[in-house]
Ligand binder design. Sequence first.
Ligand SMILES: *[C@@H]1O[C@H](CO)[C@@H](O)[C@H](O)[C@H]1NC(C)=O
Ligand SMILES: *[C@@H]1O[C@H](CO)[C@@H](O)[C@H](O)[C@H]1NC(C)=O
Ligand SMILES: *[C@@H]1O[C@H](CO)[C@@H](O)[C@H](O)[C@H]1NC(C)=O
Ligand SMILES: *[C@@H]1O[C@H](CO)[C@@H](O)[C@H](O)[C@H]1NC(C)=O
Ligand SMILES: *[C@@H]1O[C@H](CO)[C@@H](O)[C@H](O)[C@H]1NC(C)=O
Ligand SMILES: *[C@@H]1O[C@H](CO)[C@@H](O)[C@H](O)[C@H]1NC(C)=O
Ligand SMILES: [Cu+2]
Length: 607
Amino acid sequence: MKFTHSGLALAAIMGLLELAACKTVKFNVDLTWEDGKVAGNTRKAIWSNGQIPGPTLRVKQGDDVEFLVNNSMPFETAIHFHGIVQQGTPWSDGVPGISQAPIQPGDAFLYKWKADAYGTYIYHSHMRAQLDDGLYGAIYVEPANSVERPFSLMTDDQTELQALLNAEKKTQPLIVSDWRLFTSEEILQIQEESGFSSYCASSILFNGKGSVICPGQDHIDDLTRSGESQALGGVSMSDMGCMPPTATRYSRYDFDLSKIPTGYYEGCVPAQGPDAVFNVDPAKKYVSYDVLSMAGSSSLVFSIDSHPMTIYAVDGRYVEPSTVQAINIPAGSRYSVMLKLDQPAASYTIRAANKYANQIINGTATLSYTNKGNGVPTTSSGKPGSSTTTSGQYINELGTAATRGVTILDDNTLVPFPREAPASYANKTFVLNIAQTSTSYGWKLGNDSYPMELEEVEFPALFDPSSIPTKNMISTLNDTWVDLIINVTTSGQPQHPIHKHSNKFYVIGQGNSAWTYSSVEEAMKYIPSSFNLETPQMRDTFQTPPSLGAPSWMALRYHVNNPGPFFMHCHIQMHHSGGLAMAIMDGVDAWPEVPVEYELAVMPTNH
Ligand SMILES: *[C@@H]1O[C@H](CO)[C@@H](O)[C@H](O)[C@H]1NC(C)=O
Ligand SMILES: *[C@@H]1O[C@H](CO)[C@@H](O)[C@H](O)[C@H]1NC(C)=O
Ligand SMILES: *[C@@H]1O[C@H](CO)[C@@H](O)[C@H](O)[C@H]1NC(C)=O
Ligand SMILES: *[C@@H]1O[C@H](CO)[C@@H](O)[C@H](O)[C@H]1NC(C)=O
Ligand SMILES: *[C@@H]1O[C@H](CO)[C@@H](O)[C@H](O)[C@H]1NC(C)=O
Ligand SMILES: *[C@@H]1O[C@H](CO)[C@@H](O)[C@H](O)[C@H]1NC(C)=O
Ligand SMILES: [Cu+2]
């Protein structure tokens, strides 16, 4: 395209006008490694400005972000901005060994990126297994005024619409996660010494608050699912609700039970921590939460008693609103939900229950109506003013529907708003197998396991792509469409929440059978109903389909348009640490030139 001089000047002025509204937001986190109380027990943890979770970063779409990490901890770290595309700024993706060298103790690092897309994101440690030590916090990018909201699909009434828009403007993060009595380094060591993988938590947290609940062996026995008792062959789940390491389950691996400390999978000791309370004002009619999971080993089903949720955005992108009673939130996914505050003024239980077979565990928090008696409509069924209602419970302690008529969101019914379709053909297909290695905690994605030592390479992939062995990466060409077939090669695996860095993928197909095709095009000749190319979901995190009784697969399609070294991995922390990860060298033919300030592994500290 060619501009005349005056056209250019006009374009420049328009650009300036738009720029005037955008600003540079500076955000500093100081990371410390200190003893502190979480869920009633004191242990060492990572505090971001003294908090777990870290402070929320709120910006407006179009803003530039300067995120300064001050590492006051006695070990290395790096922070990733989960879901942020990093368009043109691959050096700020925060993956040690890929986009940067680890931030040394006492050093600082300045991440610079543009909040070009609206929505809910997360910052979290991407170094070793530090996420499990509490280094995470929410990011909210408020949509630009020009972005069309999906709320007119919910109501025609102008007052209602305004209430929905107001609720969205005040949306708040609601982070569910799990917590352990051991630090992540202790866990990595216990795994190696005992041979027994870590998949148990002691607490479920809501915005960092929760308790250790010991429901008792009898109660655990009552709740044990038939699949679990079958796998255990007569043995009980532990008093923490966990699958014990029985000889039958571990016959393939070397293991030494004497190396397992109490509290790792059994030995529940109750501890009282703070309760998370979410106050809502019914006069506002609606409240919005960005519900996201930073769990390490749990897949949490989330619900709020008596309050159906209207899902209006997922992984930071609007969807056509869909109303359900509960959602399953795999680690790394984000769901923006709207609640109608039309119930009698009272307190309602917020629930999160693990649905994986590894452990029976749940946690609760409270939704509390303030401004009682003001603006509360009397519903036909409602008893006004009662203190705590016990009715209206949607899910049970196993994360399944408590009564008939309860709908748990099926993500595959979600349709992006506005709708957007991928290219109908891919230029390149990669089949990436997921399998376990020879240890109970070792995993591979593609042809090999991704060793954690690659976080420490001398020249991160951004500066030298050959630092990463070819068996641990895939390479793509810029401006091509790529299919990633995530091939769960064996039955009985947990559903892996697969997270891809940089831009989103379209979830174009999935199945609960062996993948035996060379491409999506070929598979569509045999199993067309397993695909959706018209209105597929747009995600950056999506879990593999269940593999009960048979292997499973999913097909993810994305457009390579942001050259640089990125990453893809399972977001179950111990699967990631165990090697279920790979590097994605996007656009190797258009590799970016790195700004000189990032060529220095570490930025100079100056505040
Ligand atoms: C940065 O960390 C150093 C120690 O590593 C500490 O002395 C300093 O106060 C920290 N600065 C800020 C702004 O937190
Ligand atoms: C689930 O949470 C409730 C409320 O905190 C608690 O009473 C119950 O024991 C928990 N059940 C399990 C299996 O953790
Ligand atoms: C990718 O595939 C599309 C459609 O099949 C084609 O038009 C395009 O030329 C291909 N690009 C490359 C780089 O091969
Ligand atoms: C895995 O190895 C095979 C055989 O060498 C190769 O054809 C394939 O491309 C590799 N897969 C990936 C994802 O690199
Ligand atoms: C990479 O491809 C995108 C289009 O998908 C294009 O906009 C961009 O300019 C390309 N980058 C380079 C460095 O060629
Ligand atoms: C995908 O997994 C299936 C088992 O489910 C296996 O038969 C097939 O060979 C795998 N595909 C590739 C390309 O490795
Ligand atoms: Cu996994």
